[in-house]
Design a protein. Sequence first.
Length: 780
Amino acid sequence: MAASGSNAGQPAKRRKKQQPANAITIGGRTISLEAYLDPTPKPAKITATPAEPAPAAQKPEDPAPTERREKTTTTSRPEKHGRRGGPAPARNTEDAGLLKTRRALPIWQHRSEIQAALRKPGNNVVVLAGETGSGKSTQVPQFLYQESWCRRQTVKLPGSRDELAVGGTIAITQPRRVAATTLAHRVSREAGTPLGRGKPDGLVGYSVRFDHQVPRGTKIKFLTEGTLLQELLRDPYLRQYSAIIVDEIHERSLDVDLLVGFLKQILTGDLSGRGGVPLKVIIMSATADVDAIRGFFKDLPAKDNEDEDTDHVQVLRIKGRQYPVEVVHEPRPVPDIQDALLKRIFKIHLEEPLPGDILAFLTGQEEIESAQKLIEEYATTTASNVPKIKVCPLYGQLSTAGQREAFLPVKTAFTRKIVLATNIAETSVTVPGVRYVVDCGKAKVKKYRPRLGMESLLASVISKSSALQRTGRAGREGPGKCFRLYTDSTFETFQDSDLPEILRNDVLGAVLTMKARGIQDVLAFPLMDTPGTESIEKALLHLHYLGALTDDGAITPAGETMARFPIPAPFGAVMLAAARPEFDCVMEAIDIISCITSGEDIFLQLQSEEAQEEVGELRREIQRREGDVMTYLTTMQRYTAENADRVGWCRQRRINARNMRQALNIRKQLRAMSLKEKLISETPPQDPQPFTPVDPERADVILKCFMRGFAMKTAMLAPDGSYATIQGKHAVAIHPASVLHGQKKEAIMFLEHVFTNKNYAKKVSAIRANWIVEAMESRY
DNA sequence: GAGCACTGC
């Protein structure tokens, strides 16, 4: 196991470079470059650790109606925290109402149990398994912040005479921004110090990207996992916190896996970095199976007089509140999912009473659109005594207005709403009014193939946990029914849970995060699931190429800068290259990177021919012959030059206005960081700046600069007119969404590489073949 | 000339 927080105890193995020319030694490991540049297609070796299925929860849990109506007007100062235990006293009748609601939550029964579990010295990890509606996210931090171990302490660090404050705040992490902010608002009301303008003091705060509200006296702070990971860069011992509550661990985001790894390192360390003040860790999961979590934390060293055998991880289970859902399987496998889906929906519609909307889970936009058409056709044929049908598609790429329909009650009487959704409705949003769920048993999943350096996005079988989650969607407002379009024995063949993200994603960013926090040997870093050695080696090599690691695998100053930037590492490398005098294009790089990292593609799909015609001309004004990267630049430049009606400007061109606003936020953040990191020397001019097109020579410079991050994502035109990738010589096609679709260029660089129906290059730019060699050879 | 789940710094 790795040593304390910074791994400082482990001397880096420094070897003389004696490897063959086609190999490189990183972090004491010799890695063959052949495997990197010329991958041989072998099946990827990835194993999952199965966990027991259980319904997963949704965040934020819906407040009870009474609670939702509550308007707390109290603005009392945070009270002194000398008392132990009990909740903040009710200050008026509204507070009394809130308290009553809180007391009715299932978690309330476990209040003293939770407090006692954490009071025990040496018992620093508690796992809470609580179902949806148990109230754990809102109540647990409130149970704990007045505990004596939660007081801020003044300590002296070993070897230092300076006094330092440690602890005093509880952090609670969430995978998503909305969850963190809405929970903070609710808990702040319950605590009697609601968040808001002109309220400098309060017990509860939150911190998410672009939005921080941390009042003076904050004792409970909600954060996204990513934000806490950034804090960990500046404060490896998390000194401001007495406890970290990790919520929604069952979702197993990449960030949460890294986070618990760092927490375990702090717990296993000698606490000298915290002046001896222990850190309490509370792990909360919505699934009943917590063996993996318990196993992960189990081997903490025994403290004080305790036996070696003592289990330091206490597990508490809390019942939730969910209505019963009857599950109906198909008696035998269905030959045609689409057909079975339609039949099932019609059957529900004819046999089940109103009110009760139907939520059907499908795999993608295409399936949803075709099902919608067929259901609407059917609806015209039903008798007049049969309820009418309103079909609402629901998927990520759908416009906000289109999505809204699915959440509103139907306006017409005697009508049933049928929502056809992707797994957007599984965790991200809750559709009200649903009593019947239809589950096709599949979902599209993105998976990284380290050997090929590309991703695949294919429909595959869901997990038991996912199926249960879908089932649960029928029981949120009353007893419901869930119809599965597969047999119960098929269900039994499902994996218990989905592959955690860390086994599905490129671990480039994760490895950089570890290296930036002083982890020498990333293979020894404690993780609940460890990615294959090949994935990690690939990431090390990639980081080495990007200039983030030395030949010995130590992080470089450039790598540290990349880790601080809130963008993927290859873009960080582009930023650093852009600051070099031969490129000198930081501002342009920021504009492009902001557009790309602001969400899904800012260019909305043009579906109908009329739309193509209508928007085509205006789109052509921003398109560049050099390809997508330069098109993003022009888009941002034209957008910021437009000062009157930016939303209208976006609408005319079918550009996602929300993402453009987000891109502006990112641009602002990257500009400020570039100034701080000295990538630029002076404050950039204010918007709006007049638009002047970038000349072709300058465009070449910008594209060459992007090659410093993406040299391995290039392809050459073959004699037969197809493109062959430099890495692996695979055929790749330019995606239809690219401005270069259908064009033949000498060579291309692409920022994304995804296999769907075939191998696609996305975000494509035309380059010169000799640039590839140039970029491959260049090292900083 | 094809079509893509979600999230985060």
